[in-house]
Design a protein around this ligand. Sequence first.
Ligand code: ATP
Ligand code: LTN
Length: 325
Amino acid sequence: MKRVFSGVKPSGNLTLGNYLGAMRHFVAMQADYECFYSVVDLHALTVPQDPEALRQQAISLAALYLAMGIDPERSTLFMQSQVPAHAELSWLLQCTSYMGELSRMTQYKEKAEGQESVTVGLFTYPALMAADILLYQTDIVPVGEDQKQHVELTRDIAVRFNNRFGETFRVPEPVIPRVGARIMSLSEPTKKMSKSSDSFGDIRLLDEPSVIKKKINRAVTDSEAVVRYDPVAKPGLSNLLVIHALCSGESVAALEERYAGQGYGAVKKGTIEAVVSVLEPIQVRYRELMATDEILDILTAGAIKAQEAAAPTLRQAKQAMGLNV
Ligand code: ATP
Ligand code: LTN
């Protein structure tokens, strides 16, 4: 069976963008692949975090994975920091990556821009992400559009390592959804919806239905009042149509037809209903899970399975580079 690996940072409350662009595909892929999914807490440390909040967010993220339908009997769900092989391989890969290629990463440039001080970890982060993926001999990496560049760098790192030190890593492929790979902010529809922003335009997976309603009703649209998918001329409306389509299981074209001749108010109302119908059941399961200690046991078992799966590749990489293993 082919292998899938993906990760989400516990860097804030998850957004609808995380779900539609990445996590709902994680759930679907369990049927056809051997999947490894991680709460990549080491990645969250690249920008300042409050220690207690980080600990809570990581558990909350694990509960959300489960609430969405990640099945720990079928997939390995684990906390990155509980599997030391990630940090270890990351060092080896930092020593085979170049300043030039890491400097070209747009996520680094965006996150570093305007900051007074930037950690070395934020810069070397793609080498840790490459380690996450390569440790499991991963075939497929489901991610949103913003992570494509990092998966491509991972491929370059793997090919270079294999050429220089002998066949060690499988070269992974990114899988990016055709629709929903970049869900935009409702208040600034030219920017991506982001978990670490504090904008009112970011729908959180744990937002109450009344909050979702308020956010969607306030979503920025244009003044033309014609329902047409056109992300350049109508970024706000087009984003709502994509969100609606993915949540109600219809196509954007079908929605254009359904709402033809109606105002944007009708589109917003339909979008609210569709989003709430997807998020409410996840929220109910989330609350049930958070009321038990089950998550901790699942994470402990997941870390053991992940460490076992990662160990042979880490050993092979160390040996290939000339370390005494
Ligand atoms: P941060 O804002 O802290 O950088 P993030 O939400 O961008 O967080 P992750 O939590 O690491 O980043 O993202 C997890 C997955 O969700 C990744 O595959 C990413 O591509 C995807 N993703 C994040 N935001 C969006 C979005 N707005 N639309 C589609 N996919 C997204
Ligand atoms: N870099 C990603 C999160 C991430 C990831 C990974 C995704 C860390 N390790 C491995 C896929 C595979 C982000 O910022 N969204």
